[in-house]
Design a binder for this molecule. Structure first.
Ligand SMILES: NC(=O)c1ccc[n+]([C@@H]2O[C@H](COP(=O)([O-])OP(=O)(O)OC[C@H]3O[C@@H](n4cnc5c(N)ncnc54)[C@H](O)[C@@H]3O)[C@@H](O)[C@H]2O)c1
Ligand SMILES: O=c1ccn([C@@H]2O[C@H](COP(=O)(O)OP(=O)(O)O[C@H]3O[C@H](CO)[C@@H](O)[C@H](O)[C@H]3O)[C@@H](O)[C@H]2O)c(=O)[nH]1
Length: 431
């Protein structure tokens, strides 16, 4: 079986690598010629630890190739994975235009049986819609099957997650598709869930929304911790030792960002409303997350008695470490607000950069953390890059105008920094 991956972003490039790694012949197809040119040379167009080396290895061996030639690619491959983006529409629901375009291409250009597998995160009922799009575009009624196979990898840990998944979920009504997918994933020994397309689609949204719920729960609790002079990190530790709760996703901070949680929670809430079901917990999760950055910013504003004329060092831009992805990054909301309130912003991130638009012209993008601290009245830590913990904070204090440190990721040792003379505030850092 030859595998075609449509869309070579985070999920597509990683999926292509995984199938090449277990021995299949794989082609990546994208409409973005710039991305394909780089991938052909074994270069990645985003930052993901370990992925570029593996892609380069398989490009060199000839097991992995990349193209923009839709007609040839669709004709030559029996199994096609859809890995295109599904961003949010203004009403919060998923924009399926890229999925629709890819399905239409498949219908129009197929010349024999195809198995079309959706890895993109898509709303419940999308497999039925994909079938209709393909059928509508077909000139000859070649047979095909569709299947949902949601992806659970995390950015920054994509290689590890994709090569060692904790489950594989397959949603299809076709026995032939199930058998083909089991053959494709031959080397994986994790649990399998084979179910209906709708169930598979909902498992993905339910998983992301539950993880987002854990985070918002801890963020709300952190606000109470601040009032009660209790440290939320110790609460998380105490809770996490209960195996029914588990230690992960209990870190309070600036809230969740990235290309998945915000849009997926929003899609599930929007779809539910269309079915006259109000997911009140998830509405609360979204609301807590929306205001979490403002919670920290209020503390900074109050400490500085307003932002006008003040210099603020923002450390970290990416929505989390080990990625250059800034989609829905809390740091962006913070920078927007600081600029609005006429602060001077000095920003540093080890790999992420600001969008090139005029709104951010006023931000001084620095080449080191130390550079960003020079003359600052306050520091806001927005991403828990390890290099920030390793900074010489004693020396750093001398660079600052005022030693105010606001830790949006609760990553620093509060006692040590206070002993060094910093005014330190985390989120729910309590005492
Ligand atoms: N990023 C993640 O960590 C992650 C994890 C799990 C699931 N997902 C889901 O996977 C999907 C893809 O996410 P991503 O982050 O990889 O997106 P992305 O934006 O990084 O990549 C999507 C790619 O698809 C290409 N594309 C769009 N339309 C196309 C078409 N008709 N033909 C060929 N290529 C086309 C784009 O040019 C782009 O390169 C989304 O539904 C997302 O929710 C993402
Ligand atoms: O305890 C925690 C854990 C995470 N976060 C934040 O939550 C966001 C998302 O983090 P993470 O889940 O690690 O990153 P993603 O790459 O967005 O991965 C999520 O979204 C993907 C896309 O759907 C899924 O495939 C993954 O399973 C799911 O973890 C980030 O802003 C983190 O800073 C917290 O604030 N506290």
């Amino acid at each position: 079986m030859k595998i075609l991956i449509i869309g070579t972003g985070y999920v597509g490039a990683t999926t292509a690598m995984v199938f090449a790694e277990i021995g299949w012949q794989v082609t990546g197809l994208d409409i973005d010629a710039g991305k394909i040119e780089r991938l052909k040379k074994g270069q990645l167009h985003f930052h993901e630890p370990g992925l570029e080396d593996l892609i380069a290895k398989h490009v060199q061996s000839g097991r992995l190739r990349f193209t923009t030639d839709k007609a040839a690619a669709i004709k030559e491959h029996d199994v096609i994975f859809l890995c295109v983006g599904t961003p949010s529409l203004p009403d919060g629901s998923a924009d399926l235009r890229y999925v629709g375009q890819a399905a239409e291409d498949i219908g129009r250009l197929m010349k024999g049986y195809k198995l079309v597998v959706t890895k993109s995160t898509v709303p419940v009922g999308t497999q039925e819609q994909i079938k209709k799009w393909i059928e509508a575009a077909q000139q000859t009624a070649y047979p095909f099957d569709v299947a949902s196979n949601p992806e659970f990898l995390r950015e920054g840990k994509a290689v590890e997650d994709a090569l060692h998944p904790d489950r594989i979920v397959i949603g299809t009504d076709s026995q032939r598709a199930t058998e083909q997918l089991k053959k494709l994933y031959w080397s994986f020994s994790c649990p399998w869930i084979v179910t209906t397309p709708r169930t598979a689609e909902l498992i993905k949204y339910a998983s992301n929304s539950f993880l987002a719920t854990k985070i918002s729960y801890m963020n709300e609790l952190a606000r109470l911790c601040d009032e009660l002079e209790v440290n939320v990190k110790e609460i998380a530790e105490g809770m996490g030792l209960d195996p029914r709760i588990g230690p992960s996703f209990l870190q309070a901070g600036l809230g969740y960002g990235g290309s998945c949680f915000p849009k997926d929670v929003s899609e599930l809430v929007t779809t539910s409303r269309k079915h006259h079901v109000n997911l009140r917990i998830l509405e609360g999760v979204t609301e807590v997350n929306r205001m979490q950055y403002a919670y920290l910013l209020d503390k900074v504003r109050s400490r500085l008695s307003g932002f006008a004329g003040k210099t603020v060092a923002v450390l970290g831009l990416a929505f989390k470490p080990d990625t250059d992805d800034i989609r829905e990054a809390p740091a962006l909301r913070i920078i927007d607000q600081l600029l609005l309130e006429q602060a001077s912003v000095q920003l540093y991130d080890p790999i992420a950069s600001l969008p090139g638009n005029a709104a951010y012209q006023a931000v001084k993008f620095c080449t080191s953390a130390e550079d960003a601290l020079k003359g600052a009245d306050a520091i806001i830590l927005c991403t828990e890059w390890p290099e920030f913990a390793q900074l010489d904070w004693k020396k750093a204090k001398k660079l600052l105008k005022q030693p105010n440190l606001f830790d949006g990721r609760n990553m620093m040792d509060a006692k040590r920094l206070r002993a060094l003379g910093y005014y330190y505030q985390g989120i729910g850092s309590g005492y």
